[in-house]
Ligand binder design. Structure first.
Ligand code: GLN
Length: 231
């Protein structure tokens, strides 16, 4: 707390690298999550400091009191709601099954019998895989970031991976990955900004007010367009 008019400073945990939501360019953090939280902070008169970490470490770090806010393309789930409170949703996502480019053997979950699926620790994709591996007869290998997960499939250590649709389509288009999305989306969800449950009611109110004001002013659309626009 500060009595001298200085702005309250909140630490925001984001994923190490998760374009277009967060990534580093010229030593600076960029992306939809970064721009949104900065704009919300400016609108609501607080300050933020970005800390990048493995996605699976964000909620534990919040619980340990090391972070105030969790982002990272974090999906709103009932399980997470036991430990964090979420803002209003700010982005629609959902999971996709991804294989190596040119793989004509795997077109859906049904084709995963005896296969290896790379998953990323602590994600909704990992949870989905663990819940369905028995039914479809696949094995999983866990890594801690998306780049490693993509590599597992590129180098043939895994046959498939599960990633958020907006992230994998962006990565394939921008980084020219030798991967392709197959089948229908596996589920649908929404990203939210999280704070430790019951501990940050004031902050959560500010985050929601800020988000609403960015949507109203057009700033929210501007940020999304900046990363996802087609021009
Ligand atoms: N949206 C997914 C989740 O919440 C993945 C997030 C991520 O990998 N950064 O688990």
């Amino acid at each position: 707390a500060s009595g001298d008019g200085a702005k309250e400073l909140y630490k925001v945990g984001v994923d190490t690298t998760y374009p277009p939501f967060e990534f580093q360019e010229d030593g600076k953090y960029k992306g939809i999550d970064i721009d949104l939280i900065n704009a919300i902070a400016e609108d609501q008169g607080f300050a933020v400091e970005i800390e990048a970490m493995d996605f699976g470490g964000i909620i534990p770090a919040m619980q340990a009191g090391e972070l105030d806010i969790g982002m990272g393309g974090m999906s709103i789930t009932d399980e997470r709601k036991k430990t964090v409170d979420f803002s209003d949703p700010y982005f629609e996502a959902g999971l996709s099954l991804v294989v190596a480019k040119g793989n004509s053997e795997i077109a859906s979950l049904e084709d995963l019998k005896g296969k290896v699926v790379a998953i990323k620790n602590g994600t909704t994709g990992a949870k989905f895989a663990e819940e369905h591996k028995k039914e479809y007869g696949f094995k999983t290998i866990q890594v801690s970031d998306s780049t490693s997960m993509f590599q597992e499939v590129s180098n043939g250590s895994a046959d498939a991976l599960i990633e958020d649709y907006p992230v994998i389509t962006y990565a394939i288009a921008k980084s020219n990955l030798d991967l392709q999305v197959v089948g229908d989306r596996l589920n649908g969800d929404n990203y939210g900004i999280s704070v430790l449950k019951g501990k940050h009611d004031e902050l959560l109110k500010k985050i929601n007010n800020g988000l609403a004001s960015l949507k109203e002013s057009g700033k929210y659309d501007e940020i999304l367009d900046n990363y996802l626009g087609t021009e």
